[in-house]
Design a protein around this ligand. Structure first.
Ligand SMILES: Cc1cc2nc3c(=O)[nH]c(=O)nc-3n(C[C@H](O)[C@H](O)[C@H](O)COP(=O)(O)O)c2cc1C
Length: 198
């Protein structure tokens, strides 16, 4: 790969396949020797899927074992978690997965916390959340066509509504979205119903 492409090559791995094959340190060393520019480690095995919580210690072990940058991954769902992962493991950067679903603001929150004396950026108001969600889904429609995009948008709308009170009926509607027009109607109803709350 390194010989074939002009761009940096990075490798992402889990800590191993299962509890009998924890090999992230070994694999990271092999990647480094083969010229990888950085490695990302997700602190769970393949068998674990997403539970229990990520093992950040394996990230620390990989960081100690190689000289290339190590990107830590797993359970970074807040700015504080990002700071803890960096501190506990010494890793060079963090990668965010599920924490960004319906919450693209997490990156600004993490950056403010890390670079501006633990500054807390509050979550955006509902109107901004809905505006960004519409922009996101409009881009999906442009990119994939309305039919496919709206099907995929169902889960994104669910994620953007996460944490919103009394949203069960809106979530149900989100689960059946088929057209952009239905999304516009849904957002209008959400903002109308919630004009007095965040
Ligand atoms: C919707 C979704 C899609 C993902 N797609 C990929 C992928 O294509 N390649 C990959 O290496 N990991 C993928 N992952 C795994 C994440 O990159 C990450 O390793 C994992 O979610 C753990 O991080 P988290 O606790 O921050 O979510 C995906 C995760 C989610 C939730």
């Amino acid at each position: 790969m390194k010989n074939a492409v002009p761009v940096p090559v990075t490798v992402k791995m889990r800590k191993g396949w299962n509890s009998d094959s924890i090999n992230a340190v070994e694999v990271a060393r092999i990647c480094e020797a083969a010229g990888a520019d950085a490695v990302t480690v997700h602190g769970r095995t393949r068998e674990q899927m997403y539970a229990p919580g990520a093992d950040w210690d394996i990230i620390r072990q990989v960081k100690q074992a190689v000289n290339i940058p190590v990107i830590g991954n797993g359970d970074v769902v807040s700015a504080q978690a990002a700071a803890q992962l960096l501190e506990q493991t010494g890793c060079d950067a963090v990668m965010v997965g599920r924490g960004a679903l319906g919450n693209p603001w997490i990156f600004a929150q993490i950056n403010a916390y890390l670079t501006d004396s633990c500054r807390i950026v509050p979550p955006p108001e509902l109107s901004e959340r809905m505006l960004v969600m519409m922009k996101h889904i409009a881009l999906m429609c442009e990119h994939k066509g309305e039919h496919r995009a709206m099907n995929e948008a169902r889960k994104h709308v669910g994620w953007y509504l996460k944490g919103m009170k009394n949203a069960a009926s809106f979530r149900r509607r989100a689960g059946t979205l088929e057209t952009w027009k239905q999304l516009e109607e849904l957002v209008r109803d959400i903002l109308g119903t919630n004009s007095e709350q965040q």
